[in-house]
Design a protein around this ligand. Structure first.
Ligand SMILES: [Zn+2]
Length: 147
């Protein structure tokens, strides 16, 4: 992870480094990554309350085989179960959930924040199962890095 102390330093780094980009999703200002270099980027003021965004960016780096800026963009929902497992492993699931409200769950645009407790429980089980089947979790259901 590369932390910057000012937003200027963060944006200068993105401008000056090929492959570095800021996350495009809502509420992600100040968080980004360089997929090729496997770096998570953030300016330190931006990380407070953004554990959902940071874990999502980690998913791109460690749990997705394709460059989001490449010819075959990743199916991001494929590594959602990996994100859930990382949050649980770190003991920050509630904080992750609270900061992940803008994550779009369905094709019709339903977000994580709009899902009720039962729906979220089903999504957690289903996405965790998918992550296990595609090799993003080991047999003890721990997240693994695939790249
Ligand atoms: Zn993404």
């Amino acid at each position: 992870m590369r932390l910057f102390h000012t937003s200027t330093a963060f944006y200068d780094y993105i401008d000056e480094n090929d492959g570095a980009s800021e996350a495009p999703f809502a509420g992600a200002a100040g968080i980004g990554f360089n997929w090729e270099k496997k770096e998570i980027l953030a300016f330190d003021c931006a990380v407070v309350g953004r554990i959902g965004g940071l874990i999502h960016e980690m998913g791109h780096i460690f749990a997705s085989p394709s460059d989001p800026d490449g010819r075959h963009p990743p199916q991001e929902f494929d590594f959602f179960g990996w994100e859930i497992s990382v949050a649980k492993m770190l003991g920050v699931f509630d904080a992750w959930s609270a900061s992940n409200g803008n994550y779009v769950i369905t094709e019709s645009g339903t977000t994580w924040a709009q899902c009720g407790a039962v729906e979220r429980k089903c999504i957690v089980e289903e996405r965790t199962d998918v992550a296990r089947r595609i090799g993003l979790l080991d047999r003890w259901m721990r997240p693994v890095a695939i790249r």
